[in-house]
Design a protein around this ligand. Sequence first.
Ligand code: AP5
Ligand code: MG
Ligand code: ZN
Length: 217
Amino acid sequence: MNIILLGPPGAGKGTQAGRLQAERGMVQLSTGDMLRAAVKSGSPAGLKAKAVMEAGELVSDDIVSALIDEKLGTMAADQGAIFDGYPRTAPQAASLDQILTAHGRTLDHVIELEVDEDALVERIVGRYSCASCGTNYHDVFNRPKADGVCDVCGSTEFKRRADDNAETVRTRMAEYRAKTAPILPIYDARKLVHRIDGMADIEHVSDAIEAILEPRA
Ligand code: AP5
Ligand code: MG
Ligand code: ZN
C-alpha cells in the first residue's frame, strides 16, 4: 500500500507517519527528514537546500523527486510507502506518478489532515525530537513518558528544528497554500482523497487513518 499524507506545516504528517511505520511496518518517506539529513551531512543537495529551508521556502522539485526515487529503490516490493511532505507542487505530483510506475507501485490513498492554521504555530513552536532516534515530541501535546528521556531509545539528548520559529512558519504556510493545496484536485479527480480532522488528538487522528487503510493481514 502506498499513501500520501497531506497537510500544512504542523498538521501532524510526521507524527502519523511515524506511528504507521511502527505499527504497520510501512516506510515513512519524509522529504523534510531526508533534506535535513542532507544538510547535516553537507552533501551537494544539502548545501543547496539549507538556506531555502531556513527561509521556509520550497527546495527544487528535481532534488526532492530524486530523493524519493532513490529511497523507493532501497525498499522491498511488499513494503508500503507513506509519503510525508511529498509531493508539494504540481510538478512533484507528476514526478511521483512516474516514479511509482517505474517502481511497480500504485497510489492507494491521499489523506488530507484538515487543521486550523492558528493552532499550528503553537504545535510547531513546542515541537522537539530525540537527537538520537528522531522520535517526535511536543512540550505540551506529546511528552515522553519519563521527563527528559526518549520513550523509544532512552536518549536524554533532544533537538529543535532551525525552521521552527513563528516567522518562518508563516512563510511555510504561505508556500503550502500557494503551491501544495492546489494539487489536491488532481487526486480528488481520481477519487483518492480522504479528509480527516487533524485537530482531534493524536490517538483519534490515528484511528481515523486506520479506518481508511485496509485491515492488517
Ligand atoms: P517538512 O519537514 O516536511 O515540514 P512541514 O511540511 O513544514 O511539516 P512539519 O514537519 O513541520 O509538520 P508535520 O505535519 O510533520 O507535523 P508533526 O507531526 O511534526 O519540510 C521542511 C522544509 O523542507 C520545507 O519548508 C521545505 O523547505 C523543505 N521540503 C520538504 N519537503 C519538500 C518538498 N517535497 N518539496 C520542496 N521542499 C521540501 O507535528 C507538529 C507538532 O504537533 C509535533 O510536536 C507533534 O507532537 C504535535 N502534534 C501532531 N499531531 C497533533 C495532534 N493531533 N494534536 C496535538 N499536537 C499534535
Ligand atoms: Mg514533518
Ligand atoms: Zn530516541
